[in-house]
Ligand binder design. Sequence first.
Ligand SMILES: [Zn+2]
Length: 481
Amino acid sequence: MTFSHMSRRTMLKAASAAGALAATSRELFAQGAAPRRPAPLPLRREFVIRGATVLTMDPNIADLASGDVHVRDGAIVAVGARLTPRGARVVEGRGMIAMPGFVDSHWHLWTSLFRPFVRADVDAVGYFPVSNRLGQLMTPEDSYRSVRLGVAEALSAGVTTVHNWAHNVRSPEHADAELSAMRDLGIRGRFAYGPAQGMPDDQVMDLAGLARVKRDWMPNDGMLTLGICSRNVGAMSIGGAARGVLTIEMVKKDWGGARALGLPITVHTSGPSPVMQLEEAGLLGPDLQLVHPLLTTPEERAILKSRGVSYAMAPTGEARRPSAVGVIQLGEMLEAGVKVSLSTDHTTNYNCDPFVAMRILFALHQHRIGNKIPLSLKRLVQLATLDGAVDLGIADKTGSLTPGKRADIILVRTTDINMTPVGDPYEALVSMAQPGNVDTVIVDGRILRQAGKFATLDHARVVREARDAAMALRDKAKWPT
Ligand SMILES: [Zn+2]
């Protein structure tokens, strides 16, 4: 079944008014596929997490060796010892670390399907050539399945907020598909609306489409926010062919369009740094996130600090790059006072593992800088949680266990063989933990995972439909053979 764009938009508007946007939107973009009926999300109930080691990540609320977290109506009501609200269910926290969920500040979820094709050690089928070629063949249904797979992995690893770098928005239906996948799985996040693979560099991004998403999807229930992901700036750099490269004049058009709508911007700086160019053009501001701080100078870092620009690090992939294209500059960023955050980037040739991301950052910091710029393990956990929320502008909602914030909480088992016996909980998280230790995942007060399993999401279906979509894309491309 197909619909014209106009009738679809009209229907979306009507559906939105009726509070039924998600189901209608899903049916509309399915393009011949059976209408999607995702399992309903678990209800937001009142409960108390009891007897956990509580790491609040709130500078004003002390950690508790054994404490409770009370949740009601999707919000954190109280953090303390021996809380006994009447009628609240008990979620057993003994033997667990309770902490805010991880905030992943940059992730190309639409490429999650490409795992069977991308090779880390064969350039011809590296991440960029594969995603650029197969990306141009993706249907909205492919986008949905890819983002759903990525979000399912994020939740499994304890990520409760994700910044979805969607630079393959090939049509309004592709945008709706990605947003639907995020909403169907119940994760919090920002959708960064981007260009499409293969789009000419001298073509302005789809600003009308961006405005349409803002109108139809935001602010909904507050779970999703909106921004843009920009093509690279200035000289051709790593990934330039896949992400596109803009002149400053084109940057002004794309970014100006986003800013006119009050939307934030994210852009990669892989390769030669564009910071001075952007500063001279007056384009830096607190609504801008840069990605991959590898080649900045002290002068640039001072400018970034003064302009309030943030920087997302993705250490798992960055550590694989040759040192000629820069080194991970966490120490320099912290010393300069630049806002930084942690991210997965993509999951085509590594998995989502916030614990490993912290571990790699710590190892590389010690290796290159050591105690010249002190870096505590607690600071790393803060980077992966609260600082990500600050970067995405949602620290009033998430990033710490603070009464009044939304309940985005994970429980990490300390009794697993790779963790036990636990001494300092930050040591355990950064040096020992892995996604398999994440027992319970709560987003906005909904218990999405417990005992390491999804409460309602059909795991087997996610796997089957991702594989089917990947194989169909390969057949359509007749490549890689
Ligand atoms: Zn990236």
